[in-house]
Write a protein that binds this ligand. Structure first.
Ligand code: MN
Length: 737
């Protein structure tokens, strides 16, 4: 047992409490002080017999967390109160009702949120993920929950030395997995950096200490370099009468380590271990012009790399970051990054969005950004009832990715992660817009849903009421919002189809005298190797499981047994060849004999004539046609190669020929859709290429289509001429584009 001098300890507690009060700049009023005192007294009493792993009085922890909230994040009195009480409900006799009676409903709600998301240490990855989701849910109620939670985690990381090594590892990796990305997204740059560095210290101790040592050894050289580099800039800024501060900022140990891993280089090969930061003291209204003035001075002395100019002053990052970055060539031939920003921007960059409170302006775009983000999270969370782990994967993508800036047709700005497609953009406007999206115009040119957007693109979405999300859409969206919405719709659709399958099975069981009981369903699931009953019903409804075979299985006292009577694996060569369906267009040639057989087109990839395809013999001997680039193709081809047969479209090039059609018209909402609809749905004509261009209300378009003959072509042209708004339709003559 530890010997403690309780007098000394009480003095230390008081000292730490006073330190907290000094740091609480925003809580100066008597009323604020009284609330903090009350929370402190309650927490002190509640935790009085508890000690931390280090042997210290437990109250040191809540005081430290409260101090991080006030000093490092800049939070208000309510947050300090809740931080002081954050472990009381979970670990002591204090109840949520007590909190409600002593403080109020707001405090109760925040502490409830904090209590719900605690206890993450000894859980599996998926439980952690579920926890993380819960945390984000409470975050959408009150952002302070998450900020206090981050402060709590930071203090635990700072005092991690006293934990058991296995717990250290677990907590450190969890911090890297969830808390650092969140801190990043909330703009808490300093905290994010510290969390990452501390995590690395426990997950990769050798490399951590090696980098730390090398940074320390090279410090003097760096300082000399920075001074020399900065001195002409200093003189010029001084003669301009600008108030400024120049410092060299070293990269964090974690980001150096990360770069060494990613680029497979040594510490000595990283050229941008540090950046030069110029902070100007300037009123908010002249920040932008002054920043550019400084830029101009810097580039008078050093040649800038035009590819490395970043203007986050005109368009701040989604987490509120504002700064002007340029990379210039130093006299020693080294590239050096120079960051130019105002004092306000610097504070926001390091402390995150809470620092905005201090500078609240009329058009506080950073706060709006955060509101948008919170609204988006809420929407994703509410529409997501499924697998927490895959949700976290989707979500994390959005926390760390680089951003691109996209404009709507009326000039509104949207921020999307890098790699986002036109479909992501549609979902970012509204999930309904995403679900009905059939295409997009990027800078007035028609593009497919999968088109990857670049910063500065102007995007207009084309909709159709008949459109619904498709499985392969998941291959070309990157945002969590789009992914979760598409998955949700697909799941609902699957559920509906599965309900039909359940009815079919129920009827079949009845006719065979089998009871519709879970024991029999499980038997079927096992026999057909299905993941779940829903999957089984779904496959039945889709006709992929042939229930006729059930007749061959033994039924005894209402129970079915599938064991011995396994159906033989289908053999393509013995499959009956069926004559082509009369009048069916675009027939396929299947197998070596190029005979025509009955087939259905796979729903997962919707093959159309012209696609490279293959046939797949299903369990009940039916032939499904898949595209070679179908998302399921690799799996089918590699696992069931014996069931695959060759297939190609019967309609040869000789029977169809490619021809161009040009048209002009008056630009009108939905016109493009009407035209493409006539071509592909009404006429079943295959389009090879399509382009539209619109100028001052007049649009010009060109398509390349495959037709059987001139009669076919003329019918198409007549139909297009009848569309409202279309002025001319002509066959493209040779030489014309
Ligand atoms: Mn705690």
């Amino acid at each position: 047992m530890l010997k403690v001098d309780s007098d000394e300890e009480n003095k230390e507690i008081t000292r730490r409490y006073r330190g907290l009060l000094r740091s609480a700049e925003r809580s100066k009023s008597t009323q604020d002080r009284r609330r903090i005192r009350k929370a402190f007294d309650i927490a002190l009493e509640a935790h009085k017999d508890m000690r931390r792993k280090s042997g210290e009085p437990y109250i040191y922890h809540p005081i430290a967390v409260a101090r991080i909230c006030s000093e490092e994040i800049g939070l208000d009195t309510t947050s300090i109160v809740c931080a002081l009480l954050h472990d009381t409900v979970e670990d002591t006799y204090i109840t949520l009702d007590d909190i409600n009676n002593l403080f109020g409903a707001k405090e109760r709600m925040i502490i409830d949120g904090l209590t719900k998301i605690s206890g993450v240490f000894d859980q599996t990855t998926s439980a952690q993920a579920e926890n993380f989701r819960k945390m984000l849910l409470t975050l959408s109620d009150d952002i302070r929950v998450i900020l206090i939670k981050i402060a709590d985690r930071l203090h635990n990381m700072r005092t991690l030395d006293h934990m058991r090594p296995d717990k250290q590892l677990k907590i450190a990796s969890e911090t890297l997995f969830m808390y650092a990305p969140l801190a990043h997204r909330l703009g808490l740059y300093n905290i994010k950096t510290e969390l990452e560095d501390l995590s690395l210290k426990y997950t990769e101790p050798e490399q951590y200490y090696e980098i730390a040592e090398k940074l320390d050894k090279t410090k003097a050289v760096r300082t000399r370099f920075v001074n020399k580099f900065a001195s002409p800039i200093r003189r010029a800024l001084e003669s301009e009468g600008i108030n400024f501060d120049i410092k060299g900022r070293t990269k964090s140990i974690f980001s150096i380590w990360n770069k060494m891993q990613k680029k497979k280089v040594r510490f000595e090969d990283i050229y941008d271990v540090f950046a030069i930061r110029i902070i100007i003291d300037i009123p908010m209204e002249s920040e932008k012009s002054e920043a550019w003035k400084v830029y101009s001075i810097v580039t008078d002395f050093y040649q800038p790399n035009p590819d490395r100019l970043r203007d986050w002053i005109s368009i701040p990052k989604a987490n509120g970051y504002e700064s002007l970055h340029t990379t210039v060539m130093s006299p020693t031939g080294k590239w050096v990054e120079v960051q130019i920003r105002s004092k306000r921007m610097d504070e926001v960059a390091e402390k995150g969005f809470a620092a905005h409170w201090k500078y609240k302006g009329d058009n506080d775009s950073a706060e709006n950004n955060l509101d948008d983000w919170l609204a988006q999270i809420r929407e994703v969370l509410e529409s997501n009832d499924g697998d927490a782990l895959s949700f976290i994967d989707d979500f994390k993508l959005n926390l760390f990715s680089e951003e691109i800036y996209i404009f709507t047709p009326n000039g509104e700005l949207k921020t999307l992660p890098k790699g986002a497609t036109s479909l992501d953009f549609a979902f970012s406007i509204h999930s309904q817009v995403g679900s009905q999206c059939i295409g997009a115009k990027v800078n007035h040119k028609l593009v497919p849903l999968s088109h990857e957007l670049s910063s500065g693109d102007q995007v207009e979405i084309i909709l159709s009421k008949k459109q619904t999300p498709k499985e392969d859409w998941l291959n070309y969206v990157v945002t969590a919002k789009a992914k979760s919405k598409i998955k949700q719709v697909l799941k609902e659709e699957k559920k509906k189809i599965a309900a039909d399958g359940k009815d079919i099975l129920r009827r079949k069981f009845k006719s065979l005298g089998v009871s519709f009981l879970s024991i029999n369903i499980t038997e079927m699931e096992k026999h057909y190797d299905m993941e779940s009953a829903t999957e089984l019903y779904y496959q039945i409804a889709k006709g992929k499981i042939d229930l006729k075979k059930l007749k061959g299985y033994s039924v005894d006292g209402g129970r079915i047994s599938c064991k011995k009577v396994k159906g033989p694996a289908p053999n393509p060569s013995s499959t009956k060849y069926i004559a082509p369906v009369p009048g069916k267009k675009d027939a396929l040639l299947i197998g070596d004999e190029s005979q025509q057989m009955d087939y259905t087109l796979a729903r997962c990839c919707n093959p159309i004539p012209g696609d490279d395809v293959f046939g797949f013999v299903t369990v009940n001997g039916e032939i499904k046609i898949h595209r070679v680039n179908c998302p399921n193709a690799t799996q089918l081809l590699s696992n069931y190669a014996y069931r695959v047969i060759k297939a190609r479209w019967a309609s040869k090039d000789a029977e169809q020929f490619e021809v161009g059609v040009n048209f002009t018209g008056i630009d009108d909402v939905g016109l493009v859709h009407k035209i493409t609809n006539i071509i592909s749905s009404d006429m079943h004509v295959n389009m090879k290429a399509i382009s539209f261009e619109s100028l001052d209300g007049i649009f010009e378009g060109a398509v390349r289509v495959l037709v059987h003959d001139t009669e076919h072509l003329n019918t198409l042209i007549e139909k297009l001429k009848n569309v409202n708004g279309v002025l001319t339709v002509d066959r493209t003559e040779p030489g014309q584009i």
